[in-house]
Design a protein around this ligand. Structure first.
Ligand code: G3I
Length: 373
């Protein structure tokens, strides 16, 4: 494991984490890192990460690092439609339940991701967003209601916030479209009998009925900068939902970033102003899926740039009291979707594959330490 010489960190052996005692995963527990993100974030905002079920089950060191640093978790895949309802009317709860139990055991807030999406929709839609052959459009309202109601009811009182709808807005649109015109023409939007917008409103209403205390979010990517056309459409969507009396409480900014491809975006695109566009509506904002992929090899200069981005985004989030959660999309570089999706890119997360802290972690610590109580 890489040694860390920062004066910010006191390294203590975390004897309690018991790495490898179950015979799987690393045998050496990671040294503890203080002050922890969760201790610094207390009373400021939720600081969290996405968890994958395999390492959560198999790797005591992974569990220990997450429990030590974060006060919020979200399931990377286990609570999506396909994993939760792998065949019509049959639900599989084991993985999601285990994640909820882990969160509860460690006093964490648990986010739910995601009730409805055009992707990972199991037996309902093909990968391209078309209907599966044995499903009809007329069945979709009942399928949607049953899934949302069943899942949210099961975790009522346990999952504090749900991403109800994920990535509904199309990419690459010009200005001037209606809310309906801005929506992605796939899956629920393409086939829902009551129309491209109505499935979204219905999903929020069913979720609210199943757990009136859960905060309900619209979650998307590419909506993180003030000048983003997609952000303008996300704003129009949530404004319409609010105007229609639909119970929407927040917007999730996914935040999958790439300084090699997009420079400093969204820090150079009035990120505080973007946050205000949503929070001025009375909505909360969560940063839901932050990662900052680097073109490999990850040089010291690139890691420093990555640190600036993590730190800058967290500092701006802390400056707006309606930004109530900040989550990374994974703990460490050994468990990240980036490697399998972007050839030549990686090293996107605040910990390396041995769960040792990277400069990005120090940037998060520094932002939390600098924030007023
Ligand atoms: O679990 C199966 C396994 O049984 C099978 O053998 C294996 C073979 O391909 O696939 C496994 O499922 C994979 C799953 O991740 C779990 O590892 C899927 O193929 C793979 O597509 C899936 O990728 C996930 C992706 O969403 C799906 O589009 C990524 O892990 C996950 O990080 C990613 O997360 C999304 C957010 O939900 C929404 N925002 C964007 C973000 C990144 O794409």
């Amino acid at each position: 494991m890489r040694s860390l010489r920062s004066p910010l960190l006191a390294l203590l052996v975390l004897a309690a984490c018991g790495g490898g005692s179950d015979g799987s995963g690393p045998t050496v527990p990671p040294p503890s890192l203080t002050p922890t993100l969760r201790s610094l974030a207390e009373d400021k905002l939720l600081i969290g990460t996405a968890v994958a079920i395999a390492p959560l089950r198999e790797d005591a060191a992974y569990r220990a690092r997450i429990a030590e640093q974060f006060n919020a978790i979200v399931a990377e895949n286990a609570m999506k439609f396909g994993p939760l309802q792998p065949s019509r009317g049959t639900f599989f709860w084991d993985d999601a339940d285990e994640i909820v139990a882990f969160g509860q055991e460690h006093g964490m807030t648990i986010r739910g991701h995601t009730l409805l999406w055009h992707n990972q929709s199991g037996w309902v839609f093909e990968r391209n967003g078309d209907l599966q052959p044995d499903v009809t459009a007329a069945e979709l309202p009942a399928i949607l209601e049953n899934h949302v109601t069943t899942v949210v009811s099961r975790y009522r009182g346990k999952i504090a916030q749900w991403d109800v709808v994920n990535e509904a807005i199309a990419d690459g649109l010009g200005a001037g479209l209606s809310v309906e015109g801005s929506l992605r023409n796939a899956a629920w939007a393409k086939y829902y009998p009551a129309g491209k917008y109505q499935w979204i409103a219905d999903a929020f209403r069913y979720a609210h009925a199943a757990d009136p205390d859960a905060k309900l979010f619209y979650n998307d990517y590419g909506i993180e900068g003030s000048s983003s056309q997609k952000a303008a459409y996300a704003l129009a969507l949530v404004q319409k939902l609010l105007a229609d009396g639909v119970p929407v409480h927040g917007v999730g900014l996914q935040m999958h970033l790439s300084p090699d491809q997009y420079g400093d975006w969204p820090l150079n695109d009035d990120f505080p102003g973007l946050l205000r566009k949503f929070t001025d509506l009375g909505l909360e904002v969560h940063v839901t899926e932050l990662d900052v992929r680097l073109q490999l090899p990850a040089t010291a200069a690139k890691l420093e740039k990555q640190k600036e981005i993590y730190q800058g985004l967290l500092a701006a989030s802390l400056a707006n009291p309606k930004v109530t959660a900040f989550l990374t999309w994974g703990l460490d570089d050994g468990h990240s979707w980036i490697d399998g999706t972007y050839a030549g890119y990686g090293a996107a997360l605040p910990f390396d594959a041995s769960y040792a802290p990277k400069p990005a972690f120090l940037g998060m610590q520094a932002a939390l330490q600098a924030a007023p109580q």
